[in-house]
Design a protein. Sequence first.
Length: 51
Amino acid sequence: MAALTIGGLLFALLGNSDFWRAMSWIALSIPLLIILRHWPLRRLFKRKHAP
């Protein structure tokens, strides 16, 4: 995820065309989607194993 984030930031900084902007959006969105996907599972796991 760190590599995707760094890559997305570099694409945004160094790319001048629409292709690089799109690559930047995609690369920065993937870690966010992964976090949002696993967030409810974390809450469920905490409640299930709480004393």
